[in-house]
Design a protein around this ligand. Structure first.
Ligand code: BES
Ligand code: MN
Ligand code: ZN
Length: 493
């Protein structure tokens, strides 16, 4: 992981050195606003020269004004003050990080619109933007800038104590996001099912109870759908159950389930080679669940949570399953495997059944890089949301707007159900050319019973999504903040 800036919060005071960051609302940079960091009053003129209007995320940079204790002043626009969302404050933090680079001492000056919660969000945005995955960049090239270490960001705000307390939570969430990014960025030779499971096992340090099911355990449980996918790989599958008991003992848990295909070649229905390297990220759902468990445990969420991830590698091999094979899932339902590349739903089928039967959760949400078709439908800015419960769908949509990890509801229904009926078995694992994301969701629905459930198809958002203010990494960590927000808003309220 990247070297993260040290964050602190302080009451407003005069600064002595380093880079100063000033926030300015729309049209609000006035004479004297720079105070003692701008004794000669250059900022207003500099803003004019830069045609700075204080619009959201607009910015400019001034070098060492005469008589200032700051070496550099950066002004960042925050737009209309009555319109600011949490996602905006995160973005301002990200813009701030991009502007200051590796400058060792950075102070963000107070602003009336920035209370304790906003200050903490800003710090979170700064951190998330600071993330980069350089683990395998070992040999510096001539001309490379040496990464400076030990950046310190101080955020000045009136209620510094409250900001610090909030950061205690937000820091945990940021670390959860970065854990998910690390897992997605890691190549598949390093991170197979066993290695992923042992990384998840490390969550016990935070008080998460982690149980790892082996192939033998899964055979006993009758998980024929998951095991059929795994049988083409020399690397054995794993299922990891993570439990966080932060609620009352009698409270039914909520559950999150993730697709963890550590590499998806397609199996015997092999994928074309161009771009196949991206399939190291086919465990983005499992990464999000693991990152979420980290986040919830780190901030000691007052709720009982189960996280389950199904970990397999989908390979073509002499022992791999064939198109036409019929497998029996843990639920007892049989599946004709028409296409071995539609493997994620096979893994999830058994993970969902296991979760529902064993833990009887009040609600289940699964995350999966499930279909290429979801990107055709929605592009890479929204995850596809499928649900059997309108309240849950609305709550997820609201959490998406609040965090900027947006979802868009897609349909399920009897028409799609018919498309996956099979000639030989209870169902087949693909539904034909049209509505590929919908038939995949419909398949999953056959394994959730009456439990309120949502499926998030994150094929477009978990990896290789366009860089933004708070993420420049290939693996985005999508889903961790979204679900953390949902838990806080709905299940801890
Ligand atoms: N892991 C893929 C989906 C995917 C594709 C994720 C591109 C991210 C980027 C999934 O296992 C898959 O192969 N789906 C097939 C389904 C098809 C065989 C019905 C697809 O989308 O082509
Ligand atoms: Mn596949
Ligand atoms: Zn896949």
């Amino acid at each position: 992981m990247s070297i993260l800036p040290t964050i602190s919060f302080a009451k407003p005071t005069t600064i002595k050195k380093g880079v100063a960051i000033l926030l300015a609302g729309e049209g609000a940079l006035q004479d004297g606003q720079g105070g003692d960091i701008d004794p000669s009053g250059v900022l207003v003129r500099a803003a004019e020269t830069a045609t700075f209007k204080g619009k959201k995320k607009e910015s400019f940079n001034v070098l060492a004004p005469h008589g200032s204790a700051a070496e550099r002043i950066i002004v960042i626009g925050i737009g209309k003050l009555d319109e600011l969302t949490n996602a905006d404050w995160l973005a301002f933090g990200g813009v701030a990080k991009a502007m200051v680079g590796d400058a060792p001492i950075v102070t963000l000056l107070p602003h009336d619109a920035m209370g304790a919660d906003e200050a903490s969000l800003l710090a979170q945005g700064f951190w998330l933007r600071a993330y980069s995955f350089k683990k395998y960049k070992k040999t510096p090239k001539p001309g490379d800038k040496e990464e400076r270490k030990g950046q310190k960001l101080t955020i000045q705000c009136a209620d510094a104590a409250a900001a610090k307390k909030k950061w205690g939570d937000d820091e945990g969430v940021a670390r959860g996001v970065m854990l998910a990014r690390d897992l997605v960025n890691e190549p598949a030779n390093i991170l197979g099912p066993e290695e992923f499971a042992s990384r998840a096992g490390a969550l016990d340090a935070l008080g998460v109870d982690v149980e790892i099911l082996t192939e033998k355990d899964m055979k006993k449980l009758g998980m024929g759908a998951l095991l059929g996918v795994a049988q083409g790989s020399v690397r054995p599958p794993r299922m990891v159950v993570m439990k966080w008991n932060g609620g009352k003992a009698k409270d039914k848990p909520i559950a999150f389930i993730g697709k963890g295909v550590t590499f998806d070649t397609g199996g015997i229905s092999i994928k074309p080679s161009a771009g196949m390297e991206d399939m190291k990220g086919d465990m983005g759902g499992a990464a999000a669940v693991t990152g979420l468990m980290h986040a919830l445990a780190a901030r000691k969420a007052k709720v009982n949570v189960i996280g389950i991830i199904g970990l397999v590698e989908n390979m073509p091999d002499a022992n791999a399953q064939r198109p036409g094979d019929i497998v029996t899932s843990m639920s007892g339902q049989t599946i004709e495997v028409i296409n071995t590349d539609a493997e994620g739903r096979l893994v999830l089928a058994d993970a969902l059944t296991y979760c529902g039967e064993k833990y009887k959760p009040q609600m289940m949400i699964n995350l999966a890089t499930l279909t290429g078709a979801i990107m055709v439908a929605l592009g890479k800015h929204y995850a596809g949301l499928f649900s059997n419960n309108d309240d849950l769908a609305a709550q997820l949509t609201a959490a998406g707007e609040a965090t900027g990890e947006r979802v868009w509801r897609m349909p399920i229904g009897p028409e799609y159900d018919k498309m996956i009926d099979s000639k030989f078995a209870d169902m087949k694992n693909i539904g034909g050319r049209w509505g590929g994301s919908c038939t995949a969701a419909q398949f999953l629905k056959r394994f959730v019973g009456e439990t309120p459930w949502a499926h998030l198809d994150i094929a477009g958002t978990a990896m290789a999504s366009p860089a933004n203010d708070i993420n420049t990494s290939w693996g985005s960590g999508y889903g961790v903040r979204l679900l953390d927000q949902l838990v806080a808003d709905v299940y801890e309220a």
